[in-house]
Design a protein around this ligand. Structure first.
Ligand SMILES: Cc1cc2nc3c(=O)[nH]c(=O)nc-3n(C[C@H](O)[C@H](O)[C@H](O)COP(=O)(O)O)c2cc1C
Length: 434
């Protein structure tokens, strides 16, 4: 089995799978069992100031979006940072780190934007022997109304300032956890780097209302007839998180800044995708909350197998491998021509491809009287909608036309050479988006 040992900003762990700061990492009991199950590291549930206790709602904290099979696709929460006393958490962290020295233990922190508050908590946390700190500039509800969490992450100046204080007052590696509730994720990442942070992690949860109770006329989860927006996570957010990770990985201003990828990681494949887009490791919350800690064993064996198949001997050979292939639209090769092909042996004649293409796309699928569906190459623009709506995986494929063939739709000869938007004969001049 491939060696999954990971060195992330000097913090080693036996594998790149860390539990994200959330209920799974809320206490010693959980974290010990997580380590026994095989997790490479944990980011402890966010700690706040020693002061007035954090009080959570006593009604439901979570809302969910399901697939047709009631598989949980998205989770929404209105939970705050830890509501357990700081001293109790610190004691537990110290004990756990002592007993599990080979695992990564990171303290997640959230205190007001005030240098003394950060200096004080850093001193207390350093004492636990933890391997690093993660600055929670991400939580979008509750704490943000008090000027913390995403209220900090949305202002790059604050992000840079607090990262700077943390580097000044601590020798621990500093990870800045970013909020996705911002227009351009590159800005806070750049600020974190300028402030001296060792890495960024993303994404924290996305502002959301999952559903509305149509009798109470209130958002769910409903607390005594009212609801508040919460933070959305789980498989549904993975595409947003992947894009944000890639944006930072390919931004020259943050080149080389280590990234911990978070958002919807449920399988080894999800993890490998984050890593290929530049994440040095991944963090997981919803998948553990849905399936339990042992899900990591599948992740470990799947990633090892994949690495063996690819001939990778270290996770570093995977990290960032897809980044050069993330380009701007104008750089896509317009000489790449494909056509949909329906495999008649697999087709169950349901007609969904036909309905979608005929009503909403390019009228490129023909239906015979006996319901045989075929692609009209002279109409097909290769949009992929038929592949996306077909219930049989692999039944419809997009087949590339070889150079020299004539595209029956355009009448043009398919060329071999690369052409970008500005040089393609069909698209002279500037791209509208430029
Ligand atoms: C119930 C719940 C509580 C969370 N609490 C925290 C927290 O205290 N600190 C933090 O940085 N992130 C918190 N998160 C966000 C997660 O760490 C993670 O960034 C997010 O859930 C996306 O990952 P996922 O899709 O694997 O769940 C919480 C998430 C959930 C679901």
């Amino acid at each position: 089995m491939a060696d999954l040992t990971t060195n992330f900003i000097g913090i080693t762990s036996p594998n790149p799978f860390w539990l994200a700061s959330a209920p799974p990492t809320d206490k010693e009991y959980n974290v010990r069992r997580a380590f026994e199950a095989g997790w490479g590291g944990v980011v402890w549930k966010t700690l706040g100031e020693a002061g007035p206790p954090v009080v959570n709602v006593n009604g439901p904290r979570y809302g969910a979006i399901y697939g047709a099979d009631r598989r949980l696709l998205g989770l929404n929460n209105i939970e705050l940072i830890t509501d357990r006393p700081l001293e109790v958490n610190l004691k537990e962290m110290r004990r756990v780190k002592r007993d599990w020295p080979d695992r990564a233990l990171i303290a997640s922190l959230m205190v007001p934007v005030n240098e003394d508050a950060w200096r004080e908590i850093l001193q207390r946390v350093e004492d636990t022997g933890c391997d690093g700190v993660e600055l929670n500039f991400g939580c979008p509800h509750g704490m943000s109304e008090r000027g913390m969490g995403s209220a900090v992450g949305q202002v790059p100046e604050y992000v840079g300032q607090v990262a700077y204080w943390c580097k000044k007052h601590s020798n621990l590696p500093v990870i800045v956890k970013l909020t996705p509730n911002i227009t351009d994720i590159r800005k806070p990442a750049q600020a974190a780097k300028e402030g001296g942070a060792d890495a960024v992690s993303l994404i924290n949860t996305i502002n959301s209302i999952t559903s509305v109770d149509l009798d109470l006329f209130a958002p769910e989860p409903t607390i005594d007839g009212q609801g508040a927006h919460g933070g959305y996570c789980g498989p549904a957010v993975k595409p947003i998180a992947l894009n944000m990770v890639a944006e930072i990985a390919r931004d020259p201003a943050t080149a080389g800044l280590p990234i911990s990828g978070i958002g919807g990681v449920t399988t080894w494949r999800d993890a490998a995708e984050f890593m290929a887009l530049g994440a040095g490791n991944v963090q997981v919350c919803t998948a553990a909350m849905t399936y339990g800690f042992k899900i990591v064993q599948e992740m470990i064996s799947g990633l090892s197998q994949y690495m063996d198949d690819k001939g990778f001997t270290s996770v570093d050979q995977l990290v960032g491998r897809a980044v050069p292939n993330v380009v701007n639209w104008k750089d896509l090769n317009l000489n790449y021509v494909t056509k949909a092909k329906i495999n008649q042996d697999d087709c169950i004649n349901c007609g969904r491809c036909y309905a979608a293409c005929e009503d909403t796309s390019h009228q490129a699928i023909a239906m015979s009287e006996d319901r045989v569906f075929t692609v009209k190459d002279d109409e097909c623009v290769a949009c992929n909608l038929c592949v996306n709506v077909c219930p049989i995986e692999g039944c419809i494929t997009m087949e590339r036309m070889a150079a020299g063939m004539v595209d029956p739709r355009t009448g043009e000869v398919v060329r071999e050479e690369y052409a970008n938007w500005t040089t393609h004969p069909n698209n002279p001049g500037r791209c509208a988006a430029e």
